[in-house]
Design a protein around this ligand. Structure first.
Ligand code: SF4
Length: 709
């Protein structure tokens, strides 16, 4: 692509899982404007403030332009060639593998990588090296939704689609501030409400977010008590004979034990646990049952030590009322990242295999080994995100390769993560920017191409696969992520005496995608009918899209058959369990975290656009006015937020949007902006035992005013 090139290419926004289509204008090697793609079925031309500001965030001043390596800790990194950098990493990885085995190395990748990047990293770890130590920041985002779907419906497949917003009579939004986190989808809800004033919205959220403030019914539950609420709602439906016995008998199993569990979950009991009124629980249950009801949910359910139970007990409500597989009805998890779905599809996590195969299934491991042409795929589950950093800290994992994510800000319990990165024998960071927190710990920096500079695909929340296209060439020596991983695989293959060239023969992202499609043949997400050419010709498509299909499926389970051994969906029996930490005398407040309207994740991108700081110019802790008053602190004063793992200093914001006893701190600001590090200096690394997703939404804390000298 020459510097004089000018024109427009269609691509996909790199932020949230709505997956909006964009038109990128470029001239003289630079992106000059971004507009919504009117033809894209996710957004029909609309973009939110973050998508519209994309050109302002593409600063090249902090871009990493050349690989850098340091010979030892304490020495500065020096610019080197790609050959020197990748040979150095291959030497160190091979040495560690030979001395300590394949599980002594690990990859920590990202839901912002494209499907093709994810595919290559997964194959590199599991196929070439022989370790399942490849996990991703999607572990912090979606893994409880995955476990919830598998426990109930038998497969990790969101059954609904965006069009269902236009057919639903009730929207049940749980643990999601869609107005900020999925704005274009929320605009669609606002339009639906204008057209259909009888459309009911219920929002379950401890905070009165912008989404909750506009709801017909806001259930401001105590943080972490969702399971008690969902169980009590089903108790009401049973007591009032509002369940669909015909659907339950024909299409599900396991309802009797659930009925027994629910007998004690009265609305009065749940009202005490959730700290809301029993009448509101009854009202929510009745609206839900009238339907069709579409549930939309995100991190409030997922980022919890009982995240799988929260997801699965919400699915119970849909199964018990037969509200699934028909227009306007179904459980619908929203993805926070642009390609958390694509990463799951290629099996790019420590407990998954390609095309939704299970690592614990010997036949599935054999299938993948055969597809890849390797002897075997290891059976031992790899280290999931928190476990990976714990293992680095213990010294059992020695070398880590981090791609397109910033764990020194985004992982919970930052003290532990930073100690782990400092202890590691080798930290490789592959990223487009050199000024993120994790770069401080990197022994090797590899310059990656970023959005607008590379080719590939992403899958959005409704299973729709869209193309991401290059509009300009990457600066300096930056390269596409999949290409860097392939080049490394060839070199490591030589060191280990394995044929890296045969396993990684790709010359384009399109070739990687074609191989990925082939691995899905006969699976629930079969996309053997897709190719770059098909997407080019027919536009973004939902999966499944098997060979010969004319289009993908908008909704799943329309026939009432589920991908379980019996073909029936399974009810999930779970009682309420409290979050990992309960308030104490020393730390009497409950901290929750979340997103703001104009920032995204750790602000690596959005933090570079001045206009995106206007909405919330600085990080603040939101507290109830009475909690501030009892501590003698005024609105806007500087406070210290102390927790068992760290302390943060920031300004207080007084608002009754939060309940008494609760605190809210946005997730976006890290150590570059906030003394003490970001909010993850305070969060806890305890995780759900099924999904391994950490409890980023709940920690204990105390607040005190800062006395200035
Ligand atoms: Fe991008 Fe999400 Fe905004 Fe769409 S809604 S423009 S995908 S951030």
């Amino acid at each position: 692509m020459g510097a004089s090139d000018a024109g427009e290419v269609r691509s996909t926004c790199p932020y949230c899982g709505v997956g909006c289509g964009v038109r990128i204008s470029h001239a003289a090697g630079h992106i000059t404007a971004v507009a919504g793609d009117e033809t894209h079925p996710a957004n029909f031309g609309k973009l939110c403030s973050k998508g519209l500001a994309l050109p302002k965030t593409l600063s090249r001043s902090s871009r990493l332009l050349q690989p850098q390596v340091r010979a030892s800790r304490g020495e500065p990194r020096v610019p080197v060639s790609w050959d020197v950098a990748l040979d150095h990493i291959a030497d160190r990885f091979a040495g560690s593998i030979e001395r300590h085995g394949p599980d002594s190395v690990a990859f920590y990748i990202s839901g912002q990588l494209l499907t093709e990047d994810y595919y290559v990293f997964n194959k590199l770890a599991k196929g070439l090296i022989g370790t399942n130590n490849v996990d991703t920041n999607s572990r912090l985002c979606m893994s409880s939704a995955v476990a919830g779907y598998k426990a109930t419906l038998g497969a990790d497949a969101p059954p609904a689609c965006y069009e269902d917003l236009d057919h639903a009579a009730c929207l049940f939004i749980a643990g999601s501030n869609m107005a900020f986190a999925h704005p274009v989808l929320y605009r669609r809800i606002e339009e639906a409400r204008r057209k259909r004033p009888d459309l009911k919205t219920i929002v379950v959220d401890p905070r009165r977010t912008d989404t909750a403030a506009e709801a017909d019914l806001h259930l401001a539950i105590a943080p972490g008590t969702d399971v008690a609420l969902f169980n009590a709602m089903l108790h009401v439906l049973l007591a009032e004979k509002r369940v669909d016995r015909g659907y339950i008998e024909a299409h599900t199993e396991g309802f009797e034990p659930l009925e027994r569990e629910l007998s004690a979950c009265t609305p009065e009991w749940a009202a005490g646990v959730c700290e809301i009124s029993a009448d509101d629980i009854r009202l929510a249950a009745r609206w839900f049952a009238e339907g069709p009801t579409l549930s939309l949910y995100c991190q409030g359910l997922n980022q919890s030590t009982s995240g799988t139970d929260k997801n699965a007990t919400l699915v119970n409500l849909h199964l018990a009322t037969g509200q699934i597989g028909r227009p306007g009805a179904g459980p619908f998890s929203l993805t926070g990242q642009p390609n958390a779905m694509g990463g799951r599809e290629v099996g790019g996590m420590a407990n998954l295999l390609s095309a939704h195969r299970d690592l614990s299934n010997a036949a599935h491991r054999e299938e993948v080994a055969k597809l890849w042409g390797v002897k075997s795929v290891p059976d031992k589950r790899g280290k999931t995100a928190v476990e990976l950093f714990e293992a680095l800290n213990e010294g059992t994992v020695r070398c880590v390769w981090i791609a397109c994510t910033n764990p020194a800000q985004s992982m919970p319990d930052q003290a532990l993560v930073r100690a782990a990165l400092a202890r590691a024998e080798l930290v490789v960071l592959q990223d487009c920017y050199a000024d993120i927190e994790t770069a401080r710990f990197a022994d090797v920096l590899l310059p990656a191409a970023t959005w607008g500079e590379k080719e590939g695909t992403v899958t959005n929340s409704e299973r729709r696969i869209s193309r991401v296209r290059a509009a300009v060439a990457p600066p300096g020596e930056a390269r596409a992520d999949w290409e860097i991983a392939c080049d490394f695989a060839h070199r490591l293959g030589h060191q280990l005496g394995r044929d890296g060239e045969r396993l990684f023969p790709y010359t384009s992202a399109e070739e990687v995608f074609a191989e990925h499609c082939e691995t899905t043949r006969g699976r629930d997400l079969d996309i053997t009918g897709l190719s770059y050419a098909v997407i080019e010709e027919r536009g973004p498509q939902q999966w499944p899209f098997p060979e010969g299909a004319a289009e993908g499926l908008a909704r799943l389970y329309t026939e009432g058959r589920f991908p379980t051994a019996s073909g029936r969906a399974r009810f999930h029996v779970a009682g309420y369990t409290a979050p990992a930490e309960v308030p104490t005398e020393l730390f009497p407040l409950r901290l929750t975290t979340g997103r703001l309207r104009d920032q995204w994740h750790g602000m690596t991108r959005t933090g570079r656009a001045a206009s995106l700081h206007d909405h919330e110019p600085e990080p603040r802790v939101t507290m109830h006015p009475e909690d501030l008053a009892t501590r003698g602190v005024e609105d806007g004063a500087l406070v210290r937020v102390r927790g068992p793992r760290g302390t943060l200093t920031l300004r207080a914001r007084s608002s009754d949007e939060v309940r008494r006893g609760d605190l809210f701190i946005p997730m976006h600001w890290g150590g570059r902006f906030l003394a003490g590090g970001g909010v993850n200096a305070l969060t806890i690394s305890r995780y759900d035992p099924h999904s391994f997703q950490p409890e980023l939404k709940h920690a204990i804390a105390e607040v005190e005013g800062v006395v200035l000298p």
